[in-house]
Design a protein around this ligand. Sequence first.
Ligand code: RP5
Length: 170
Amino acid sequence: MPDTDPNPLTHSKAEIAIVMGSDSDLRVMGAAVEVLKEFRVDFHVQVLSAHRTPFDMLTFADRARENGFKVIIAGAGGAAHLPGMVASATSLPVIGVPIKLAALEGIDSLLSIVQMPSGVPVATVGVDNSKNAALLALRILSIGDSELTTKLDSYRDSLADASRLKKVQF
Ligand code: RP5
C-alpha cells in the first residue's frame, strides 16, 4: 500500500488540517489559509487526492484524531470525493469546500460534497468559499477556547461596522 506523505506543511500544535485534492486547488483554498493566519491559529496543509492517492487519504483520515487534529477542512473540485471519503474514515468534523472547475460552474463539486449518505456528515460551504470553511472551523474550536471566542466576536463586530458604513447611491 503506498503511503507517501505529499508535501505536508505542518505546525506541530495544529488542530486544523486543510487538505485538498490537488495543488491547483490552492487558488481557492488559499483564502482559508489566510483566515487562519489572520487569527494566528496553527494549521496543517496537505495535498491529498481521493483518486490519485486513495490509501494516503484513508491513512490520513484514520490517524487524524490521534495526530491531534480537531477539525478537517477538505477542498476538491469535479468528482469531489475527498471530503466525503475523509469523513467516512474519521469521526472528526469535516468541512467540505466545493471548488469550481472550468466546466459545470462548480455544481458538480457542490453536489458531490453536499449529498452525503445519512450517517456520514460533511458540513458543506458555498462554491469556492474556503474563507467560510476556515471561519466555521474556528467557531468549532472556539467552543473550548475563550480567547478564540473573543477574536471571533470582534471579527463579527468588524463585519457589522463595515456593513453600517455601506451607502447606496441612486
Ligand atoms: C480534483 O481534481 C482536485 O480537487 C482538483 O480540483 C481537480 C483537478 O485536479 P488537477 O488535474 O488540477 O490536479 O480531484
